[in-house]
Design a protein around this ligand. Structure first.
Ligand SMILES: Cc1ncc(COP(=O)(O)O)c(C=O)c1O
Length: 397
């Protein structure tokens, strides 16, 4: 068993730090207004209820917030899940927790669910490219990350059938990201059904990161709990989902999300969280309850994201070649050399985007499935999306 120190050292530099290092020594074109399409930070107006809800809950700042979430927030989350996914019943007290943003929850869950010392099943499967937190979680929890390559050949689906039987046998946890950051792929009901069957066969847990569930081009994404219930499974066994107000409600600074699913896993996670204590301040939990209870602002945001995608691809082209993402607000575009393209976009067009290789791990065969792609976030509305497309088309390397 490796020490914590060694495991921490296995972690690479976080993508945004790498980007800073890549740009150092390069000068941004100062004749153009900069466009920052690097981070996945929605930049939409605050929903109208935010200020008034904080104002009427100010006394909450003089109390310690509960880590599991206020009863009102947990009930609002349970109600949302039932409505959004047509679920019969979600029990707020035993099947729901508040997250202080899903980033911390996605990280901490590996520490609650895998124990390679007591249970010799160290494998943690994850898409590649991926939201980097899954990798950090797997490594620091003492797990063995196993990468499921997501390539254009398999329409960016993490290929379950390519996983060897011996790998499944030693799997403790599988992370799914649907809609996916960065590729925009969406898991369908068949995909979740297959994964659930494998989880039963090989005795592992599934954590489904559904943070972009309300941002989609065409069909509304299905969720893991929805598929689990449709299969007649009892109590969402083996399943946890995470979702966030950062994307759906454009409130990334509020640090609020949800964790829901199997009551036994929720109980185990709540125990860990009672020590690590990641709690959202009570006035913000009140805003979160309001945000999960309102769909108007979510529909308004969705309309802006769709207009942005349309405006981008009207200029960039490729809407009929599968370039438009099924979900999320990222575009994942093939280029010849992703680092060189990112530097050229910065120097020539004052645009910040992420090289795809920074969001991917190099696998045992030396292949990095993110190299040869760039990720750009369409988070500034349709006009800026169109301008971004014009500038990316003009990049020369
Ligand atoms: C796929 C994915 N999951 C989770 C998160 C974390 O979001 P938050 O911690 O703001 O809820 C992000 C943020 O960019 C993300 O892209």
């Amino acid at each position: 068993m490796q020490s914590n120190q060694v495991r921490l050292e296995q972690l690479g530099t976080y993508p945004f730090e790498r980007l800073k290092a890549l740009f150092s020594g390069h000068i941004r074109n100062i004749d153009l207004t900069p466009i920052d399409a690097g981070a996945g930070e929605p930049r939409l107006p605050l929903p109208s209820f935010v200020a008034e809800t904080i104002a009427s809950n100010l006394d909450g700042f003089s109390k310690y917030p509960s880590t599991v979430g206020s009863p009102q927030l947990r009930q609002a989350i349970a109600d949302w899940l039932e409505k959004r996914y047509g679920l019969q019943h979600v029990d707020a007290a035993s099947q729901v927790l508040s997250a202080n943003g899903t980033r911390e929850a996605l990280f901490a869950i590996a520490h609650a669910l895998i124990n390679p010392e007591a249970n010799p099943k160290p494998n943690v499967l994850m898409p590649n490219p991926m939201y980097q937190i899954y990798l950090g979680a797997a490594l620091t929890a003492g797990g063995n990350p196993v990468f499921l390559p997501c390539t254009a050949d398999n329409r960016f689906a993490p290929d379950l059938e390519a996983v060897a039987e011996s790998v499944w046998r030693n799997t403790a946890l599988v992370y799914v990201c649907s809609p996916s950051n960065p590729t925009g792929w969406i898991a369908d009901a068949d995909y979740f059904t297959r994964l659930l069957a494998l989880a039963d066969e090989h005795d592992f847990y599934i954590v489904s990161d559904e943070c972009y569930s309300e941002i989609y081009w065409d069909e509304k994404p299905v969720g893991l709990l929805q598929v689990a219930e449709s299969l007649g499974r009892d109590g969402f066994s083996r399943c946890l989902v995470m979702n966030s107000l950062s994307k759906r409600s454009a409130l990334p600074g509020m640090r609020s999300g949800l964790i829901a699913g199997d009551a036994q896993l929720i109980k185990r996670f709540a125990k860990l969280r009672s020590y690590t204590g990641p709690a959202t301040p009570l006035p913000l939990q009140a805003v979160a309850a309001a945000a999960w209870s309102d769909e108007t602002h979510v529909q308004d945001h969705l309309a802006v994201y769709r207009q942005s995608l349309q405006a981008f691809f009207d200029i960039y082209g490729g809407i009929d070649d599968g370039k438009i993402p099924a979900g999320s607000f990222f575009v994942w575009l093939p280029v010849e050399d992703d680092e060189a393209f990112a530097v050229a976009a910065y120097e020539q067009q004052a645009v910040t985007i992420l090289p795809g290789s920074y969001l991917s791990a190099t696998d045992a065969d030396g292949v990095n499935p993110g190299s040869g792609f760039i990720r750009a976030a369409l988070v500034d509305g349709p006009e800026r999306a169109a301008e971004l497309a014009r500038r990316l088309c003009a990049v020369r390397i």
